[in-house]
Ligand binder design. Structure first.
Ligand code: SF4
Length: 437
């Protein structure tokens, strides 16, 4: 006998698909099949059951080999490392629940840490721009039901968010979009001919790094003013065609990704993207949304926003929150040798940071909390495997449109395995003991 669990939320990308069905054995210990997920989401569920999965913490010895330790020893090591450090960096927080992020914040305050999340290397520039100029946004449900103009700028959901287009943005039939994809016009802005660009009605193949210029060109075209012959490497006629297509819709949306947040101009590009959206509202209804990557990076910004007033790059070393991206961001801190311990949870900087930063992490007292053996785990002194959020333990996560969704537990974690929230709580208790608080 088996059980079919419905309405399961996929804890992989920021789309947070909530319509998965997972077949598990009657004893609730093994996942047999995953339905409705894309290949990446399905693999996350099935891979969580891998026979070679680590189930206990491990310390790295001086010769690079590992020895198993107990969770109590791991808690003690982590608490002492954080309590002894003058300026610990606590990084990650994007692949875990808001519940764990909340405990992590308390721990960060207790040890006066620098705290940062993965926005520091993806949509941090978006967060800065939103603080500068605000953001006219909406939910993915509104896009499904209303959007007839869809722009993907510097993002490739065909690969990075595989069900985004079928659930929300291009293919579904919504309340006012009964014709599905036939009723929508799609514009892709990308220097590359991506698989998403191949689906577009108009592909604006701009020259690399000239996004700001193209936003300005479109804003000029909306007003019918004079354009140079070429804008960002694109003939002006094509820019006017795209501008007219945007203005002629009933409801439009600009989705944007790291192709524009991390190209030349950074937060100024997003200022321009938001201003373009605002201009379009003179003619029709338009919104804009960041294509967030990790399944709860949005939640991390939300939790820190409530608790500290800033969404990333937090400096808690003075006992209150400061924020200055470029100074208090992880890579800048590592580059300047300013931190003396590194704690990573819910991310893999070993795979995403420059090699110079990874080398710095490898030379510091360091702890990695992650269900998997990752590049980060392999350079840290202590690796603590934990239960998978959204598979072995539930918890609140925020979708890319800032809608909170409660993820579900579908199977039991391996016997004795701690959740990251429980581990953080124990470390916090131990830190309070050490500090006599
Ligand atoms: S699109 Fe993202 S959230 Fe949806 S099933 Fe695929 S990986 Fe999971």
């Amino acid at each position: 006998m088996t059980n079919m669990i419905t309405d399961v939320v996929c804890p992989f990308c920021g789309t947070l698909c909530d319509d998965l069905e997972v077949e598990v054995t009657d004893d609730g210990k093994k996942i047999l099949s995953v339905y409705n997920a894309c290949a990446i989401g399905s693999e996350k569920f099935l891979h969580s059951q891998a026979s070679d999965r680590l189930t206990r913490p491990r310390m790295q010895k001086d010769d690079g080999t590992w020895k198993d330790v107990s969770y109590s020893e791991a808690i003690d090591y982590t608490a002492k490392m954080l309590a002894d450090a003058k300026k610990p960096l606590m990084y990650g927080w994007s692949s875990t629940s808001c519940d764990a992020q909340g405990v992590g914040s308390e721990l960060g305050e207790a040890v006066r840490a620098m705290m940062d999340n993965t926005a520091t290397v993806c949509h941090g520039s978006t967060l800065i721009a939103v603080q500068d100029v605000g953001i006219p946004s909406c939910t993915l449900g509104e896009i499904k039901n209303r959007a007839d103009r869809v722009i993907f700028w510097g993002c490739n959901p065909a690969h990075a968010h595989p069900r985004h287009m079928s659930r929300y943005s291009i293919f579904p039939r919504g309340f006012f979009t009964g014709k599905g994809s036939k009723g929508r016009k799609v514009i892709v802005v990308d220097p590359r001919v991506t698989d998403t660009a191949k689906l577009a009605d108009v592909h604006l193949q701009l020259e690399q790094g000239r996004d700001y210029e193209l936003f300005d060109g479109l804003r000029t075209a909306f007003k019918g003013e004079v354009l140079p012959d070429m804008v960002a490497g694109i003939p002006k006629e094509k820019v006017r065609e795209a501008a007219d297509l945007m203005k002629s819709g009933r409801f439009g949306i600009i989705f944007f990704g790291m192709g524009v947040t991390q190209s030349l101009g950074k937060n100024h590009n997003i200022d321009a993207a938001i201003s373009t959206t605002r201009d379009l509202n003179d003619y029709t209804k338009f919104s804009i949304m960041a294509m967030r990557g990790h399944y709860n990076v949005t939640g991390s910004g939300q939790v820190w926003g409530w608790q500290f007033g800033f969404p990333y790059c937090l400096d808690l070393t003075r006992g209150f929150a400061r924020y200055n991206p470029g100074e208090t961001s992880s890579n800048d801190l590592l580059r300047r040798d300013e931190v003396d311990a590194v704690f990573v949870l819910g991310s893999d900087p070993g795979a995403h940071f420059p090699i110079s930063s990874v080398k710095k992490i490898a030379n510091l007292p360091s702890v990695c909390i992650d269900p998997h053996m990752t590049p980060t785990a392999s350079v840290c002194k202590l690796h603590v495997p934990v239960a998978f959020v959204g598979i072995e333990v539930g918890g609140c996560c925020y979708r890319m449109d800032n809608v909170p969704i409660e993820t579900r537990k579908v199977v039991e974690p391996p016997e004795g395995m701690m959740t990251d929230e429980a581990f953080l709580e124990k470390v916090l208790d131990r830190v309070k003991q050490i500090k006599g608080a």
